[in-house]
Design a protein around this ligand. Structure first.
Ligand code: PGA
Length: 241
């Protein structure tokens, strides 16, 4: 376990981005998972800038989507897919055929889960999964109470997720279900980065890093990962002992 604490959100984001660039230098066909949400926004900006300066090449990298809101389409504002397309994929040279999102509009979501699990298997798992942490400790949409042995699954969203999630939408949306990679995928990833910034995350970060490992706080499971790197700004890390 490595805990990296930075003075600012920008510093945290730049350092995480530099590690991703280094990974791709060493292994250009790395298999990566990048989350949606506010947390990775500035890190993605650094990656786009590095690409524009010729410092990183995404042409061989494989990207597998972490999660998304069921029933909210790829073009819809607020979906993870839309966020990642506009903030990252459409600005770099990642190949379309190497980007694998959940299709949240598929009527058979079990098929979607199976499809995504097969893709993870085909690429022999992840080299790096980058994660944010929800206000309730969720990772992707692995919500409190989740079974840690699961791979991809559909889940009823926790009340906290339903209300916090409204911030991604300009008008109120009903957010009942999510589709997500499972904790089993995260634990089998060869490396994991958990990013958090801001004082509002301080309590959940403390519980995730220093509290008991429990599915009441899914992020606590990462304590059991042997190659977990936490990237925090000073505020998110402010309650750590
Ligand atoms: P945020 O979301 O980055 O918008 O805070 C994190 C999460 O819910 O996983």
């Amino acid at each position: 376990m490595k805990i990296h604490v930075y003075e600012t959100y920008e510093e945290m984001s730049r350092n995480a981005a530099e590690e991703i660039i280094r990974l791709l230098e060493n292994k250009p066909n790395s298999v990566l998972c990048i989350p949606g949400g506010d947390t990775p926004k500035v890190m993605l900006g650094f990656l786009v800038e590095a690409y524009k300066h010729g410092r990183v090449d995404f042409s061989q990298a494989v990207f597998i989507g972490l999660d998304d809101w069921v029933g909210i389409g790829p073009e819809d504002e607020g979906s993870c897919q839309q966020f990642l397309n506009s903030n990252f994929f459409h600005q770099v040279n990642a190949k379309k055929e190497n980007i694998h999102f959940f299709d949240t509009m598929n009527e058979n979501l079990q098929d979607e889960c199976q499809k995504q699990d097969e893709i993870v298997k085909k690429y022999s798992g992840f080299d790096l999964m980058i994660l944010g942490i929800g206000m309730n400790g969720h990772l992707g949409f692995n919500e409190p109470g989740v079974d840690f042995s699961l791979n991809s699954h559909v889940i009823d969203l926790d009340e906290t997720t339903q209300s916090v999630g409204q911030k991604y939408f300009s008008k109120k949306r009903v957010l009942k279900h999510g589709i997500t990679l499972g904790v089993n995928h995260l634990l089998n990833s060869r490396m994991v980065f958990l990013l958090a910034n801001g004082v509002k995350k301080a309590e959940i970060v403390k519980a995730a890093v220093e509290g008991p490992v429990t599915n009441a706080n899914p992020a606590s499971v990462l304590q059991q990962h042997e190659n977990i790197h936490y990237y925090f700004d000073k505020e998110a890390a402010s309650l750590l002992g």
